[in-house]
Write a protein that binds this ligand. Structure first.
Ligand SMILES: NC(=O)c1ccc[n+]([C@@H]2O[C@H](COP(=O)([O-])OP(=O)(O)OC[C@H]3O[C@@H](n4cnc5c(N)ncnc54)[C@H](O)[C@@H]3O)[C@@H](O)[C@H]2O)c1
Length: 359
């Protein structure tokens, strides 16, 4: 029996979900209905899929009332995730949601409570864990003993409005942290093997830091803060440093080209924008570099998430990025925002405990 999907959103990322990642699972799933507030985009996607008009909704509430589905796939902007999850929980529908869980810590906690109360399954899309370059880096790290610290760099030249993606990214608060760094914070957990204990550092707007939106060339495209530097203390004795920028004017490490350097007991694992993973070790007083063979997988990135989610619904093992685990990455994200606003070290574990979820 194919699983029936209620798809929320048919925009930029959802287009890839519908016509690429889900298309590769056509033998296991089908679309029951689509929802999007943009009726033109909805009609176009519906026609391409051959869905009847009765399966196209501009109102999510109405769709959840009428549609029989096994799960919903949420690919709307983060501030609309909570209402969609609450509607799914009321219908006891399992959920696959794009990152981040929500646009605020309060919404992320509310979502977790609703999902736990309803007893439904929820997985969050952290596709970057499953790219061959990161799987190769993980293999390298596994050969080097304990992790001392990891350094992550994401830097894109997105100074032209629209070049980063949907316009909401240029209008929202904390665009780098909420929309982009959630992937990198989750990755730093993945690479160090620890959860965040504390975080300190800053996000900022280079123009506003100098007094006006346009007082730093290129940064005026963003209403919110496009830059960040943070240090994270992990639960297993490791540390992490994150550098993020959406207004890079020279050296770039953009999407799928992020740089990570992981310093371990037995050497360093290095990945840069050329996708090559190196192990560097000190031998006889000299640094020796060895390139790692790239790990090959049948499903990578988003396709791996779709595959893991359907396996889970069909009785397989729970994926790593289930809601309860992913909340720890979101706690780090919202703790980082708080750390910057309040100019202090924020205890991430305490945030989870206070929310009644526990680290
Ligand atoms: N994992 C990744 O690599 C990745 C990449 C890009 C975006 N995303 C995530 O995907 C989600 C969507 O981002 P996007 O870039 O596709 O945005 P988008 O603006 O291109 O598309 C969002 C769509 O949602 C629709 N929409 C808005 N409010 C709605 C509502 N209340 N009900 C139904 N539809 C609604 C919009 O009309 C639009 O068609 C976000 O959570 C974003 O973080 C993830």
């Amino acid at each position: 029996m194919k699983k029936k999907c209620l798809m929320l959103g048919v925009g930029g990322m959802a287009h890839s979900w519908i016509f690429d990642f889900w298309a590769r699972q056509a033998q296991r799933m089908e679309f029951a209905a689509l929802v999007d507030v943009n009726s033109d985009a909805l009609k176009t996607a519906g026609e391409k899929l051959g869905l009847p008009a009765s399966a196209l909704f501009t109102d999510a509430e109405r769709a959840f009332e009428r549609v029989e589905a096994d799960f919903c796939c949420i690919v709307t902007p983060p501030r609309f995730h909570r209402i969609a999850v609450e509607l799914a929980c009321a219908r006891k529908m399992d959920i696959l949601s794009e990152k981040p869980i929500a646009a605020s810590w309060e919404d992320a906690v509310s979502i977790t409570q609703a999902v736990q109360k309803a007893g439904v399954k929820m997985m969050v899309t952290q596709n970057y864990r499953y790219t061959p370059r990161i799987l190769t880096l993980k293999t390298a790290i596994s050969q080097l003993g304990q992790v001392n610290y990891a350094v992550g760099r994401y830097a894109g030249d997105y100074r032209a409005r629209g070049s980063l993606g949907a316009d909401f990214l240029y209008q929202m608060a904390h665009p780098l942290l909420v929309e982009c760094a959630i992937h990198h914070f989750d990755q730093l957990r993945n690479l160090t093997g620890g959860d965040a204990e504390t975080v300190c550092g800053y996000e900022w707007h280079p123009g506003l830091a100098r007094g006006a939106q346009n007082s730093f060339e290129g940064s005026d495209a963003f209403a919110g803060q496009p830059c960040a530097l943070f240090v994270v203390q992990m639960s297993n004795g490791a540390f992490a440093h994150y550098e993020g920028s959406n207004v890079a004017s020279g050296e770039v490490n953009s999407w799928h080209r992020e740089a990570y350097r992981v310093e371990c007991e037995g050497g360093t694992a290095i990945l840069d924008r050329d996708d090559k993973v190196w192990i560097v070790k000190r031998e006889n007083g000299q640094s020796q570099a060895r390139e790692m063979a790239t790990v090959a997988v049948e499903f990578d990135g988003h396709a791996a998430i779709a595959n893991q989610f359907l396996d889970w619904l069909e009785g397989g093992a729970a994926p790593i990025t289930v809601l309860d685990d992913n909340l720890k990455s979101n706690a780090l994200l919202f703790a980082a925002i708080r750390a910057s606003e309040e100019k202090r070290v924020v205890n991430v574990r305490e945030m989870l405990t206070k929310a009644g979820i526990g680290a």
